[in-house]
Design a protein around this ligand. Sequence first.
Ligand code: UDX
Ligand code: UDX
Length: 466
Amino acid sequence: MAIVSVIGTGYVGLVTGTCLADMGNQVTCVDIVEEKIERLKQGILPIYEPGLEEVVERNVRAKRLRFTTNYHEALEQCEFIFIAVNTPTGANQGSADMRYVESAARNIAQELDHYAIIINKSTVPVGSGDIVSRVIYDNLKRSDIRFSVVSNPEFLREGSAVLDFQNPDRVVLGSSEPEAAGAVARLYLSLRAPIMITDLYTAEMIKYASNAFLATKISFINEIAQICERLGADVKEVAVGMGYDKRIGRAFLDAGLGYGGSCFPKDVRALAYMADEAGLHPQLLHAVMDINHDQRHHVIDKLTSLLGTLRNSTIGILGLAFKPNTDDMREAPAIDIIRWVTTQGASVQVYDPVASETGREALNLAGVYMDAVTFNTTPYEVAQNADALVIVTEWNEFKSLNMQQIRNSMHRPVLIDGRNIYEASDMEHYGFIYRGMGRGTAAAPSILPPEDISSLVNRRPTLSLV
Ligand code: UDX
Ligand code: UDX
């Protein structure tokens, strides 16, 4: 059993602290936001993350997990201190903002009175381990206090973060002190995952390179989707066919509205920024970002090609969160899509199973004209009198809707499936004008008056599923 502190109770910190407690360690989670800590003490989680609440509850009850805003209390006898504060994109729209990591390091230094290993979980620019060391060193209350710094990047997906923590593909540890890295490795031994120990810079780079590669896979398949759409192929089946090749793999080849969330957008930006700053020209990373941006815009292109002007139209939006099983709205495609359609004079009716609150805040912050946005409590209300329905997040509940009822309640039966969760032939059977992402609909006429819409139904033959 080790004594552990985790600084930052966001997605990464709360999951890390809770899972480490569940493995038998004594964990204190620290956050600067008092309200968050007060609510956590009452068992109210600041985030929606499946499975997390019961693990928190179990470990609080077992007295292995506690919450505080007080660094002094948290660091007493602590052997391992994880930094898991946020590292958003900085003011220059590229580099990661290290302000919070530095402030956490300062706070740690001011309270530390014994040897501890400080482990950085936040995604930080290559070389940041040195910055953390420097900040701690400069702020220690006594010069004889020793400490080590280890980088241990997180690979947790929101929505499955608890399972990802408990079943990692690998644990990466970086340090200039192999003994310190070895001590952290022992924390993870019971997970029976490969543990890679390397130097600090390489560990920090592994995180960026992994996220950038996954983002590249997504932009690659989205570019292929564009080509499929024009040439008449179905990208969903193309991805299946590609995925059988073990060298390629099926994961992260879902074409759609592109990537959002708290990591991929900021990490690809930050990696490109680091490369630019180093005098390089990271063309691939820039292309990945450009494709990702354009992908969201294709929804608007599809809407205008089918409806003509969007002025005075009503667009139903199913899903707000950047992906299912989370209420996280950071860099969610829904924000751009809603901003663009409302700017063109449409009003929107929206529904998300868990992200209404966070969605409202995010849309407000993005400067969306909120009078044009109605929040509904069911997908069926969203469809009512709508001129088009757009699937933005592939929540499971959207896969089993009564589509006949939905189609019947709409003003015009246009369905834009931004996540390819339906089959064209099924939707056309219900009378929808269906448009997926990259699913061979190139020959569609450009603007469709309402009365002519039926001419498009059943236009394409059904493709057999692999
Ligand atoms: C994390 C990582 O740390 C980030 O680098 C990674 O790339 C993505 O995941 P995340 O857990 O998603 O960030 O951040 P967030 O949910 O915003 O939580 C950060 C928490 O740290 C917040 O609760 C915030 O209040 C807290 N915090 C921030 C502190 O306790 N101290 C600070 O100085 C700053
Ligand atoms: C990501 C990393 O996967 C994880 O290791 C960690 O570094 C944090 O960042 P997360 O952002 O929670 O996790 O979600 P992820 O499941 O990776 O999806 C990211 C985005 O890519 C989502 O917007 C998702 O909709 C999109 N995506 C994913 C696709 O568009 N197509 C795919 O095939 C897969």
